[in-house]
Write a protein of this length. Structure first.
Length: 196
């Protein structure tokens, strides 16, 4: 397939090719271009993502941002918004998806047909072709067609500190103290506290 090599890496990691992944890919390209025109490979970038959709997998692959390293921060705000900054927070860019995913209506109709079990082989082929075309369109069109990019101020996340663990009084499992359920009477984990 005639897609950029680094996008193909994202597809391998993500498990399938989809427009959502393409949005994440393009958001990274748009943001990094603005953040640092000549990115050095060893400079660590922190990403704050405001959704947990397919797009985030592209952020992980392209920027090496992971929960484990603490440079991937999830804000559950349901927005296609990504903020990228260098570790010391000198420069930050906020990238928000303001465009429209191409072919939305067509995909919606095909999806309905497929879900209802009435789709023909041609419909399935059309669905795959459309997904591919839309994906390619998102990653090849100018970023400014889809994203608004602006520099913002951020406070860099605190460096990881030593975590104190305590035993939950109900299940006995060790739990990071600052993640205990907000109860005064007992020190219990959020699972035992019945949080969803
Ligand atoms: Zn996906
Ligand atoms: Zn517990």
């Amino acid at each position: 397939m005639d897609l950029p090599h680094d996008f193909q890496e994202c597809v391998r990691f993500h498990g399938h090719l989809c427009p959502g992944l393409a949005i994440g890919y393009a958001a990274v390209k748009a943001g990094i271009e603005r953040l640092n025109p000549r990115p050095s490979p060893d400079e660590e970038v922190v990403a704050v993502v405001e959704n947990d959709s397919c797009a985030v997998d592209a952020v992980q692959v392209l920027l090496g941002c992971t929960f484990g390293k603490g440079n991937l921060v999830f804000r559950d705000w349901g927005k296609q918004v990504f903020t990228f900054f260098d570790r010391d927070g000198r420069r930050a860019v906020r990238v928000s998806f303001v465009g429209e995913v191409p072919g939305r209506e067509q995909r919606h109709l095909l999806r309905q047909k497929i879900d209802s079990g009435l789709a023909t082989d041609e419909d399935h082929e059309a669905w795959e072709r459309l997904r591919f075309d839309v994906t390619r369109e998102i990653i090849t069109r100018p970023w400014s067609d889809f994203f608004e990019v602006r520099e913002v101020h951020v406070d860099p996340p605190p460096k990881a500190s030593v975590v104190q663990t305590v035993a939950c009084e109900i299940c006995g499992e060790a739990v990071a103290e600052h993640r205990l359920a907000p109860r005064k009477d007992k020190r219990v984990c959020r699972d035992c506290a019945g949080e969803r």
